[in-house]
Design a protein around this ligand. Structure first.
Ligand code: SF4
Length: 328
């Protein structure tokens, strides 16, 4: 992997992955495999920061997430795919970084403030939840990456990571490069109720959904809210089904649907059927690979073990430098 810039990104194993995850992150991760030395990890300790009371499902979600990753085209032949808790050095670096991170940096974290309000049903007044950006900083700088592919809402986390790396370098010597946030433009799609696609809103199309489940979910999708009858002209620009068409339907047909919708030449039921068929077809290779890996749990386990061992080699090297720099 020499000569390529290293990048790193991770996901919390909080449930099955959906189309929003695919289009918003995974498609980009897959593309980056050819140009970068990619480290992708399943952040299982981070699942504990908000769900520490309910841990029974995490191990199953880790396997499921790895299967989703492999199904969309991430591969150990090109990337280092690993599980955070299998590289215990993350915990050591987290502890050391926590010694130098001022608490006000954590208290002003916008996600922290937002989640305390949003997740009022959970007690998040824990040390672990306040400190999760420090763990995230440890996860990232451990591998000394040049960049971190993230969505816009994650940029403040990369900023804290850079500040922590800078502080470490100032105190102990230059060990850590400051990683850049790498933003990519991703197509916007909403859940079938027009809210952000999310497991917690129960409005997501999962990568593991069967063709029947996809068809049923697409049938429920809210279209142009102003269009009450088939004889009313519609506006594709405000229709979520049309946003999906732009991704999964060929250009010629999209143009045709655009015209037919505006002139009431096509009904929403038919339009959804066309889109559902294209979406099911686009996800066919993902479903095929999913079946392959689902029936080979030992192979998935081996990918996790070997990827984590490979990541650990880098982590061991980093920790040696860190301990030397701190003189302990
Ligand atoms: S015809 Fe298609 S694009 Fe137009 S409003 Fe209905 S679902 Fe949306």
């Amino acid at each position: 992997m020499t000569g390529k810039k290293r990048i790193l990104s991770g996901m919390r194993p909080t449930g099955p992955l959906h189309l929003g995850n695919l289009l918003g992150a995974l498609d980009n991760w897959v593309r980056m495999q050819d140009d970068y030395d990619c480290f992708y990890f399943i952040a299982d300790w981070h699942a504990l920061t908000s769900d520490y009371e309910n841990t029974g499902h995490i191990s199953k979600y880790i396997r499921e997430m790895m299967i989703d990753w492999l199904s969309v085209g991430l591969t150990p032949a090109k990337s280092t795919l690993f599980v955070q808790s299998l590289v215990k050095e993350h915990a050591e670096l987290y502890l050391l970084l926590s010694m130098i991170t001022p608490v006000p940096w954590l208290e002003r974290n916008p996600t922290y403030k937002d989640q305390i309000v949003q997740l009022s049903n959970k007690d998040l007044s824990t040390f672990g939840f306040l400190g999760y950006p420090v763990l995230q900083a440890a996860d990232i700088i451990m591998y000394r990456p040049a960049g971190v592919p993230v969505g816009v809402d994650q940029v403040p986390h990369v900023e804290i990571t850079r500040e922590i790396a800078r502080r470490f370098n100032f105190l102990y010597g230059n060990i850590f490069p400051e990683p850049e946030a790498m933003l990519t433009r991703t197509p916007k799609i909403l859940g079938f109720d027009r809210r952000k696609m999310s497991k917690s809103y129960n409005n997501a199309i999962f990568l593991s959904d069967s063709p029947g489940q996809i068809g049923a979910k697409v049938a429920q999708m809210i279209t142009d809210p102003q269009r009450a009858r088939k004889s009313d002209p519609g506006d594709p620009d405000v229709c979520n089904v049309f946003s999906f068409h732009k991704i999964f339907t060929d250009g010629e047909t999209v143009k045709d649907i655009d015209e037919q919708c505006r002139s009431a030449g096509i009904g929403c039921v038919e339009c959804k059927k066309i889109m559902a068929a294209n979406l099911i077809k686009a996800l066919e290779p993902v479903r095929e690979k999913r079946h392959y890996y689902e029936s080979r749990p030992a192979e998935v386990e081996q990918i996790i073990t070997e990827g984590s061992a490979k990541a650990r080699q880098v982590a061991l090297d980093t920790m040696e430098r860190v301990r030397k720099a701190i003189k302990i």
